[in-house]
Design a protein around this ligand. Structure first.
Ligand code: 13P
Ligand code: SF4
Length: 377
């Protein structure tokens, strides 16, 4: 088991990376829909090309309706890299805004409307923890080259750590390519933090017999010497929104909707992905529904806001949530309240920058290298 006392720095290992240092002023708390929309539009008009709004597919309707681009984590990173707007307003969670800050030029500013939008899964692999665990596994197999891959859903310090060890970042749309890159360079992969995406990717590559799941702090779990017997070592992180889906939901939705097809996100459990017809990133889910024939039924196993957007965007397709009312919204994504969007935009009009996300310079270069390696695969 890893001895955390040996770590040189202290951390509270909080699941939340940023404190909500900026409180929404009281006058913004009770804005009505119509007034808010007018004010957002007026601010955007005033700011013109200085501002671009990027929105993840899980954002609320009031955010995606104002976004210049809506997409998955990979698409949003590409857009962040391409834009020359002075301000990138990020409708997403902190790790996405951090990545945008890393990818954009130094004279561009990334703003996250609410600093409370922290993905719990990203908090499940703190760089300090990983560093300590890394020492254990590299010591247990000194001859082997282990390549760390971190899912985009992680903080900049972990991305930097992965780059420093020859590794890279991946998203749900290129995890298999990241594995191929890693096995080209080394002998084993440490995949962080999402065990389900890691397991689903290993299956896709025919490596199902090579998987070891690892929680270095579980006194009853495997130790480092055991896990390095395998080529794919999975950190014990997960997304609670996606873990909720079960194989029975797939059976039940098919019973209730004869002929229905099922598509799920690869953060779902292995059994669910296996039972579904398709699995893919949020952009793949959207493309699949966009290409469906009118009258087709698709059950969606992912965050509920995206399912609701799909119902609105593609009314000719019968889009149903995979587990009905039990489907969850992502609490972190929901923190991006449109009142916060109004506030940060109006503050910009007044020349004040609020909720700026800035990655520490010492992490920026290496984390950027890990992201560049992903954008190149
Ligand atoms: P995508 O990269 O597929 O958009 O997924 C991001 C995410 O957080 C899923 O929970
Ligand atoms: Fe994180 Fe899950 Fe929310 Fe995605 S859906 S941002 S993995 S908590």
């Amino acid at each position: 088991m890893v001895e955390m006392e040996t770590a040189e720095l202290e951390t509270d290992l909080s699941l939340f990376k940023y404190d909500n240092l900026e409180q929404l002023p009281a006058r913004y708390r009770d804005l009505g829909n119509a007034e808010r929309t007018d004010r957002i539009e007026a601010a955007l008009e005033e700011l013109g090309d200085d501002v671009v709004i990027l929105g993840h597919n899980y954002q609320r309707r009031e955010i995606v309706e104002h976004a210049d681009f809506v997409g998955d984590s990979y698409g949003l990173s590409k857009r962040a890299a391409e834009t020359d707007a002075e301000y990138v307003i990020f409708g997403g969670v902190t790790f996405m805004a951090e990545s945008a800050d890393i990818i954009t030029d130094d004279d561009q500013t990334v703003i996250l409307p609410s600093m409370e939008a922290s993905c719990p899964m990203a908090g499940m692999a703190e760089a300090l923890q990983v560093d300590a665990a890394w020492a254990e596994i590299t010591e247990a197999t000194p001859e082997a080259d282990i390549i760390p891959i971190t899912y985009m859903n992680s903080y900049a310090d972990l991305k930097a750590f992965c780059a420093s060890q020859g590794g890279l970042v991946c998203t749900s749309s290129n995890a298999h390519e990241a594995f191929e890159y890693a096995f080209d360079k080394g002998d084993k992969v440490l995949f962080l933090p999402d065990k389900h995406l890691g397991e689903n990717t290993a299956y896709r590559l025919g490596m199902e017999d090579e998987i070891a799941e690892w929680d270095p702090w579980d006194p009853d779990g495997k130790d480092a010497a055991d896990v390095v017997e395998n080529d794919v070592i999975l950190w014990d992180g997960y997304c609670q929104v996606h873990e909720r889906f079960r194989e029975e939901h797939v059976d039940r939705v098919r019973e209730a909707n004869p002929g229905a097809k099922v598509i799920v996100h690869p953060e779902c459990r292995r059994e669910v992905v296996e039972a579904a017809d398709e699995a893919g990133s949020t952009a793949t889910i959207r493309e699949t529904i966009a290409e469906a024939d009118p009258g087709d039924t698709w059950a969606i196993g992912t965050e509920i806001h995206l399912t609701e957007h799909l119902q609105r965007w593609y009314p000719d397709v019968n889009v149903v949530p995979l587990c009905g009312d039990a489907c969850m919204d992502c609490n972190a994504m929901r923190q991006i309240d449109p009142n916060y969007l109004t506030w940060v935009l109006e503050e910009l009009v007044e020349g004040r920058e609020r909720n700026v996300v800035e990655v520490a310079p010492e992490e920026k270069e290496l984390a950027g290298l890990a992201l560049d390696r992903m954008l190149e695969i």
